[in-house]
Design a protein around this ligand. Structure first.
Ligand SMILES: [Zn+2]
Length: 581
């Protein structure tokens, strides 16, 4: 069966690769990487690597690699269709067969209804004697009754079965409530409410359906927040709080906060474009969702060390989207909630409008450790500043920031620009060097097996690999380089074929990710692609880098073609001959 890109995309979204692999491999997750002992070959030290960001895996020991589908296919010994089917079923997704199974669709509808009913229950509890503590909490945080109603805030009673009883009376089964994570099963087998004695924040998606809840404790006990875990209708990493309200705004700017209360404080003060990620860290999925509704994001995290570090991380994630990024400096309070309470909304508006760009934010942070009254402090700061600015590749911006630094530090602007240029060139050279040397380390049995022509054409092959890796991460570069490259420039058949597959996907506006190449490439080749993709950090990610690769490929081609036929073996001569046809 051929699956559509849309269906595969749904399967991909619903099956996080770490969740899929975890039952088979004991994974150690560190940031966006996870490692473990490879289940496909015998080893004592882990060389099996899972890349969370690209949702792929690669084993540096045996060269196997791919996405969640490839993994299931190989570990369960299934064919492609069976593997997709298994993952679809695992995540409650109906197969797009003739007899469309609407069982899942029905379950989803029930879950939406259950969530809405639960939200109503929690809200109404606020106005009962039992719920007074909840109402008092919101009022003590300065929320008006209107705000409480607007967000549908509520209170989960201090009982084991407060919601449970109510929902059962409305005809929901225990099984349904557990599936929606409104109730859970204890170790002894009892079914109890998931949320007890908590202030409740319903999470509403952009279509207006209640999909989950965040529950906050009313005292200092831990955990401070309990959130709905992933269900059929909700995925934590994709939820954005208050986006249902904020998306209505016309100015295409969203304010991104750390917590629910900040968002609510903003809205109450009239800033209806405030949203927050759910859970602890901001994710690429949330960034993607936000970028559908906005052109600019103003980061408004807490004014402490943790908040500033979270800001840096969020900038890293947001900078991979087309969104413009600015950072609000929250002077005079620890978070937006406190500033609005202390100084009012006009002050907040002023802070937002003077929010700085991401580069400015980096510069301000860099400045913190130095005393600019002393020459030593100035020199040290200038060095850091030049380093930061050399990472941006826009000479006009260099000029703007150099002017600022010049008047701030009393150093000539021209001198600063020259330093930035120098540093930038050094950086670019180093990056290119790293790329080529990094590609050179990919020189093992696995690599030889999948691309047998590689060893004989090492220089060209490395350039081809970087070009392919770069296109996987920056499909938009393709249109800037496609006319500069001919099929004959490829020294290895494998890379030529892969390049053609990628090019075809881009031309047809299809997604450029390994999941969608499965019908055109073998498992081995998919594994090889994941490996190239994993070079990401080491790539310059510039069009120039691609052009450099192409130049190298052409140089190598010229050398190959001028090679004296008399010195060739028959095989070489034939393959040369075939390529020239
Ligand atoms: Zn392996």
């Amino acid at each position: 069966m051929r699956f559509s890109d849309e269906f595969l995309s749904e399967v991909r979204d619903r099956n996080d690769i770490v969740d899929v692999i975890s039952p088979y491999v004991d994974l150690r997750v560190r940031g966006s990487l996870a490692t473990g002992l490879c289940p496909f070959h015998n080893e004592k030290t882990p060389s099996f690597t899972v890349y969370v960001n690209t949702q792929s895996y690669y084993c540096f020991g045996c060269g196997s690699g791919g996405d969640a589908i490839t993994f299931i296919k190989n570990i369960e010994n299934l064919d492609y269709t069976e593997a997709v089917t298994m993952l679809a079923e695992r995540s409650g997704l109906a197969l797009p067969a003739d007899g469309y199974d609407d069982g899942v669709a029905k379950m989803k509808r029930r879950m939406y209804d259950a969530n809405r009913e639960a939200a109503r229950f929690f809200h109404s509890c606020l106005f009962t004697p039992d719920g007074k503590t909840g109402l008092d909490y919101f009022l003590s945080r300065g929320l008006s009754m209107e705000t409480i109603r607007h967000f549908g805030l509520g209170y989960a009673p201090d009982k084991w079965d407060g919601l449970l009883r109510y929902m059962k009376s409305k005809g929901y089964s225990e099984q349904e409530l557990v599936a929606a994570d409104l109730a859970k099963k204890t170790q002894k087998g009892y079914i109890i409410d998931t949320f007890r004695n908590r202030a409740m924040f319903p999470i509403i998606d952009v279509k207006g359906s209640v999909i989950a809840f965040g529950g906050r404790v009313l005292d200092d006990s831990k955990p401070k927040y309990v959130n709905t875990s992933d269900t059929l209708v909700y995925k934590k990493s994709q939820g954005v709080f208050a986006l249902n309200f904020a998306k209505r705004g016309s100015d295409k700017t969203l304010i991104l906060c750390e917590g629910y209360m900040d968002v609510i404080a903003y809205h109450q003060a009239g800033f209806e474009n405030a949203v927050a990620g759910l859970g602890t860290a901001f994710t690429p999925e949330q960034a993607k969702l936000i970028s559908k509704y906005a052109e600019e994001v103003i980061l408004s995290y807490d004014n402490d060390e943790a908040g500033q570090n979270a800001t840096r991380k969020a900038i890293g994630i947001l900078s991979r989207t087309p969104l413009r990024i600015r950072v609000a400096r929250l002077q005079g309070g620890k978070d937006p909630d406190e500033i609005i309470k202390k100084y009012g909304k006009d002050k907040m508006r002023q802070l937002l409008s003077s929010a700085v760009g991401d580069v400015e934010f980096d510069l301000q942070r860099a400045q913190q450790g130095f005393d600019l009254q002393t020459s030593d402090g100035k020199v040290a700061y200038l060095e850091r500043a030049v380093d930061i600015l050399s990472k941006i590749r826009n000479p006009i911006q260099w000029d703007v920031y150099a002017s600022k630094l010049s008047s701030q530090l009393g150093v000539s602007k021209e001198a600063i620009v020259i330093q930035i240029e120098k540093k930038s060139k050094q950086r670019a050279r180093k990056e290119t060097r790293d790329n080529f040397s990094n590609a050179a380390t990919f020189n093992d049995e696995a690599m030889k097996k999948v691309n047998p022509e590689r060893a004989k054409n090492l220089v060209a092959a490395k350039a081809e690999e970087i070009l392919i890796a770069s296109l996987l991460h920056n499909p938009d570069f393709y249109f800037k380089i496609k006319d500069k490259l001919s099929e004959k420039d490829f020294a290895t058949e494998l890379n030529r074929r892969i390049y053609n597959v990628i090019a075809r996907h881009i031309e047809q506006h299809r997604p450029v990710e390994i999941t969608y190449f499965a019908s055109e490439l073998s498992d081995e080749e998919i594994g090889y692609l994941v490996r190239l993709e994993s070079m990401r950090e080491k790539l310059g990610n510039t069009v120039q880098e691609c052009l450099d690769c192409i130049k190298r490929m052409k140089d190598e081609r010229r050398e190959r073609e001028t090679k004296n036929p008399a010195g060739m073996t028959d095989d070489e001569w034939f393959s040369q001959f075939k390529k020239q046809e």
